[in-house]
Design a protein. Structure first.
Length: 149
């Protein structure tokens, strides 16, 4: 089985709450960063998407937790395409501690492709759809600065 696209980040002190764990709202930021890096790996430069008159908008984001993450933990966030519709696509993100693999949370985010001029949904172009199907398998972005196998 091929490894999904994975983004690594280190939990910073300011992201933790009074209980010493990552504050729940920070996961929205983690998802945004991991999904942005995933999009960059799949589609390239965001400015190129805009130059085509296209953009994406988040229409749904949810997270379910199974364990806390704490200051200085390294999270490995695996990003996989769960569904591709006519104008939308959904990503599933699995947050795990690195290197133990302990599961922390699962997030789902749904994007809609929009026309930049009208800001209305528009079909995902065939070339971008194909790139989503191929989906950056085995690629990594490492913002944690850790050595990876």
């Amino acid at each position: 089985m091929q490894q999904p696209y994975t983004h690594y980040l280190r939990v910073r002190y300011a992201e933790c709450d009074a209980q010493g764990v990552v504050f729940n709202a920070r996961y929205g930021e983690y998802v945004d960063v991991a999904a942005t890096e995933f999009s960059r790996a799949v589609w390239g430069n965001y400015q190129d998407l805009l130059a085509r008159g296209l953009d994406t908008q988040v229409v749904k984001l949810s997270t379910s937790w199974s364990a806390p993450a704490r200051f200085d933990d390294v999270l490995a966030i695996a990003v996989e395409v769960a569904h591709i519709g006519r104008s939308s696509y959904r990503l599933t993100l699995s947050h795990r501690c690195h290197p133990s693999g302990k599961h922390i949370a699962t997030s789902e985010i749904t994007y809609v492709m929009v026309d930049c001029d009208a800001y209305q949904s528009t079909p995902i172009p065939d070339d971008l759809r194909q790139l989503l199907i191929e989906a950056g398998v085995g690629q990594v972005s490492n913002h944690a600065g850790v050595e990876l196998p």
